[in-house]
Ligand binder design. Structure first.
Ligand code: SF4
Length: 457
């Protein structure tokens, strides 16, 4: 069975914690990571400092599988980092789980990474040619090799030099000695926030992690910024010259949790605006608005409010269904979708349905969904997508299928409607999407328009 999915996948989520006095750091790491579980479900891990030594525990599985052991322990520490991972670069092996902890000529270092270093292959080749031995296939390991090889005596100076050699998306949380270091790449592809309350500093990919431990005071780590936290407090370094921002618009469309605030936007409100924009383009069309849950919910509410139509939970999602791989036969695929999403007949029957989803990848799931809704008696089905048509790969931390597999590379919206059996299919145009955010020039749209900020072979 080929393990691919008819949806896009995140790369990772990271956290870092520092406390002025010893607290149960692993316990807090559990809850903050648990709130970022949607950013990666294949492995989880933490590192904390105990008696001047770094302790790392990581494994394949979700936070609740791997880290529950820390809920009943009372481990006092002042510093820790954590990671949840979806294995895009390097495969799903325990060696690729993070944080990665090493002991080198600079001392003990532990690192957690969110993103994808797009020039990792070239750096890795150069390091391997010089005799470096890698333990994992993860792109994050190259950073630790570069630190170990650096001639700079000062760790922060070495790190600054190395960060300027990297291209693409990288947010890091790092422990070195008694320091917690948070880094966001100069293009700001992935989100990273930092906040302090009652002597506890948290840095995390999304603000929902702050809510999980009651920290209400936070700010965005700026693109190209490194924040160092130790007993004496916080200090910030600009490690790079100012570069054009390329914040991932897909974080707002789909990846981040709706209750998060990232790139200085409320995710929920941004999605509602996208839905409203789709409604404006449609005029009066259907009887009810429904979402493909959960990712389509906020946009569907925005559509319904703008169109003055009822929003209905016409599809019930079974939350106990895990990953739905692309199964080899139509019959098995259909069974998987039917198990995951079931229509409420009384809501759908005889109705002209506006169905809102975030994006269309291969179209296989939508095709089955349309069939199921027709069987439930839907009179018309109009599929609306809050992402533009996907045409290109992503090199910055999102797993997008090959160009050939993307349905928008072989079919127009009308042809897609015919293929999936819908009455119509429409995608939000890039220009309309740009109107849904405050600072549209600071975002990346490369998977829609091919305008990648770096050259890729
Ligand atoms: S290419 Fe697409 S998925 Fe990748 S960073 Fe840019 S907007 Fe996000």
């Amino acid at each position: 069975m080929k393990e691919t999915q008819d949806s896009l996948k995140h790369f990772c989520g990271i956290v870092g914690l520092h406390s002025r006095s010893p607290i149960n750091i692993p316990h807090k790491l559990f809850y903050t990571l648990f709130s970022l579980q949607h950013r990666g479900q294949e492995s989880a891990g933490i590192t904390y400092r105990k008696e001047d030594k770094l302790v790392t525990y990581k494994d394949l599985g979700k936070v609740s599988d791997v880290l529950t052991r820390y809920l009943t322990k009372d481990i006092h520490s002042e510093i820790g980092i954590g990671h949840v991972r979806y294995s895009t670069f390097g495969g799903n092996k325990v060696e690729n789980a993070q944080p990665i902890t090493i002991s080198c000529n600079k001392g003990e270092i532990s690192l957690a990474h969110n993103g994808n270093i797009s020039n990792a292959s070239e750096i890795r080749k150069a390091l391997t040619d010089n005799g470096a031995i890698f333990q994992s296939t993860s792109d994050s390991e190259i950073v630790l090799h570069l630190i170990a090889k650096s001639k700079e005596k000062d760790f922060l100076q070495a790190l600054t030099t190395i960060l300027n050699q990297l291209e693409g998306a990288f947010c890091f949380t790092i422990i070195f000695n008694d320091m917690l270091i948070a880094v966001r790449d100069p293009n700001g592809f992935r989100p990273l926030y930092i906040g302090e309350q009652d002597g506890i500093t948290l840095t995390a990919s999304e603000t929902c992690a702050f809510d999980s431990i009651g920290i209400t005071n936070y700010r965005q780590v700026e693109a190209g910024e490194m924040v160092i936290i130790d007993k004496s407090g916080q200090r910030s370094i600009r490690f790079s010259e100012d570069k054009k921002k390329h914040q991932c618009i897909f974080e707002l469309i789909y990846f981040a949790r709706p209750d998060s605030y990232i790139f200085n936007h409320s995710v929920y409100l941004a999605r509602k605006k996208m839905g409203a924009m789709l409604a404006k383009a449609d005029g009066k069309l259907g009887d009810i608005v429904m979402a493909v849950p959960e990712s389509g919910n906020s946009a569907a509410i925005g559509y319904a409010q703008e169109a003055n139509l009822p929003f209905e939970f016409g599809l019930t999602r079974n939350f106990y269904v895990g990953r739905s791989f692309i199964l080899p036969t139509t019959e098995k695929r259909e069974m998987a979708v039917r198990t995951k999403l079931n229509p409420v007949r009384e809501i759908v029957k005889g109705k002209k349905v506006i169905l809102i989803d975030d994006s269309l990848v291969r179209g296989t799931t939508s095709k089955i969904l349309v069939k199921i809704l027709r069987e439930a008696g839907a009179a018309e089905i109009h599929l609306r997508l809050s992402a533009p048509e996907l045409h290109f790969p992503c090199y910055y931390g999102i797993d997008i299928p090959t160009k050939e597999e993307l349905i928008s590379n072989s079919k127009s919206p009308d042809e897609i409607a015919k293929f999936i059996g819908a009455d119509s299919v429409k995608f939000i145009p890039i220009d309309d999407l740009r109107q849904c955010i405050d600072d549209p020039d600071d975002f990346c749209y490369a998977c829609f328009n091919g305008d990648h900020p770096y050259q890729h072979k």
